[in-house]
Design a protein around this ligand. Structure first.
Ligand SMILES: *Cc1c(COP(=O)(O)O)cnc(C)c1O
Length: 469
């Protein structure tokens, strides 16, 4: 290696000199001084290393600023919008429900302006944040009272901690669920300070099993909707109505954790039936919990509805404060719940429901219509055709009930590696396309591709295959 030319290295512009250029001023305007200063330091470090290694001209201050600008442009936000073409409508890893326009608008307003979050406009004194959704939830579920927390996991945790701290909670062995993302019922119970009492067996639990487990230490009886699996064959369970009576006899509340819990009868929309919250309340459970961003189609949230006295007790638990929702989500929740007052138009307004009820024939027609444009974007290295496929609701709702759908099937003429590389490039474009690789092909289920986003989708495909004919 040649000796570095110290005199030349001394001529490299200083950070302050680069910052003083008009090019850098523009960057500071866009990104802020600290970020731009860091980027300039990065570039300068690279320049010093390169010049020490080999003889090359000293870059100008403006040139360094431009290079820093390129570096900054390449840094994209980490949380990006993507095309969910996985065929899983409520994809937990892709953010579950997409909100209705009304909910988005409400959240934006709440972000921008002061809001009556905990302020009663009637009395001019302190109000409660739950008041904004309490009446709506009562109306939509038939429950006496309601409260809202961060998510359904928090709702279950809060109920357990309120009624079964250092006491026992009785639950069937067949319902000790694990939901993806480390929600395991036994772990939640332990962290809530509850002693879990398992009854029955994996496939069969009887009324007598619950009765025998009840004692003066029992704080709660728990029923959990087995969201993401079914136990089939030689099975027996105790239905919520009977279990509510057993719990009532013992003087402890029954908590029915519905998981997804729909506010409307989905069979009305041609889907399989998922228990509604109203039904769960009517069956006699004193407390019912469910998610905001699963079938309900709102933002992440957890709802607890039930007896007013029990909800009041929950609200006095100091953990409630730690688990509360912020004004943005509260605004979005209220707007989403309001849509349920007009069930006839729900299918148009709530994206989750709109995607779920899309007819296979319409998705197929969309795929056929896009096929020539897609083939043109992909070039000669790939074959693409339209195939039927099955979409899933996702997030543990109706796990066995799939929806007839249609996908673009992309196969590489080269190796499997070529296909995987293409899938990776589709994840690297500005608006990534997420599909599913199965049977040696990349499947793009079009159920969740809105007509208004088709052009952007084709752009993403073009970007993903650019330079790779
Ligand atoms: C999804 C689910 C949860 C967790 O709900 P989050 O809103 O994801 O926290 C809890 N219980 C059941 C039965 C579920 O299906």
């Amino acid at each position: 290696m040649a000796e570095p030319d110290i005199a030349l290295l001394r001529q490299i512009p200083a950070v302050a000199t680069v910052l003083a250029t008009p090019e850098a001023a523009e960057l500071v305007e866009a990104h802020g001084r600290p970020v731009v200063t860091d980027a300039i330091r990065d570039v300068l470090a690279g320049v010093r290393i390169a010049m020490a290694r080999e003889a090359r001209p000293v870059p100008t201050a403006a040139g360094i600023a431009r290079e820093a600008g390129e570096k900054l442009a390449a840094r994209r936000a980490s949380l990006r919008i993507v095309f969910n073409l996985t065929g899983i409508v409520l994809h937990t890893n892709l953010g579950r429900a997409q909100l209705a326009d009304a909910a988005v608008d409400a959240a934006v307003q709440a972000m921008r302006h002061p809001v009556s979050l905990e302020y009663s406009l009637d009395t001019g004194s302190r109000g409660e944040r739950d008041d904004h959704v309490r009446d709506l939830l009562r109306e939509l579920t038939g429950a006496e009272d309601a409260t809202v927390v961060n998510n359904n996991a928090a709702a279950v945790l809060l109920c357990l901690n309120t009624f079964a701290l250092r006491r026992e909670a009785v639950v069937s062995r067949g319902e000790l669920i694990e939901i993806g993302g480390a929600f395991r019922m036994p772990d939640i119970m332990a962290r809530a300070g509850t002693d879990m009492v398992e009854v029955g067996t994996t496939n069969r639990t009887h009324a007598a099993d619950y009765r025998n487990a009840l004692n003066e230490r029992t704080g709660l009886v728990l029923k959990v909707h087995t969201s993401n699996y079914r136990i089939q064959g030689f099975t027996a369970g105790v239905d919520a109505r009977e279990l509510a009576a057993i719990a009532d006899e013992a003087g402890v509340p029954l908590l029915n954790d519905l998981g997804s819990g729909s506010l409307v009868d989905l069979s009305r929309h041609g889907l399989a039936k998922e228990p509604t919250v109203r039904e769960a309340v009517a069956e006699g459970a004193r407390l019912v919990t469910f998610s905001g961003d699963k079938l309900l189609g709102g933002p992440q949230a957890g709802f607890i509805v039930g007896d007013a006295a029990l909800i009041a007790q929950i609200n006095r638990n100091p953990l409630k404060r730690a688990l509360r929702v912020d004004k943005m989500r509260l605004a979005a929740i209220e707007a989403t719940l309001r849509l349920y007052r007009d069930p006839d138009r729900l299918g148009d307004r709530l994206p989750t429901l709109r995607y779920l009820v899309r007819e296979a024939a319409a998705i197929h027609a969309q795929a056929e219509r896009l096929l020539p444009d897609v083939a043109a974007r992909l070039g000669a290295s790939f074959d693409v055709d339209v195939v039927t496929c099955l979409s899933q609701i996702g997030s543990g709702a109706l796990p066995l009930d799939t929806l007839q759908s249609a996908a673009l099937r992309i196969r590489a003429r080269g190796s499997q590696t070529a296909l995987e590389q293409f899938a990776a490039r589709l994840r690297a474009v500005p608006r990534p396309v997420i599909g599913r690789i199965a049977d040696g092909a990349l499947h793009l289920d079009l159920r969740c591709l809105d007509a208004g986003h088709e052009a952007a989708f084709l752009d993403a495909l073009a970007a993903g295959s650019a330079g790779h004919p």
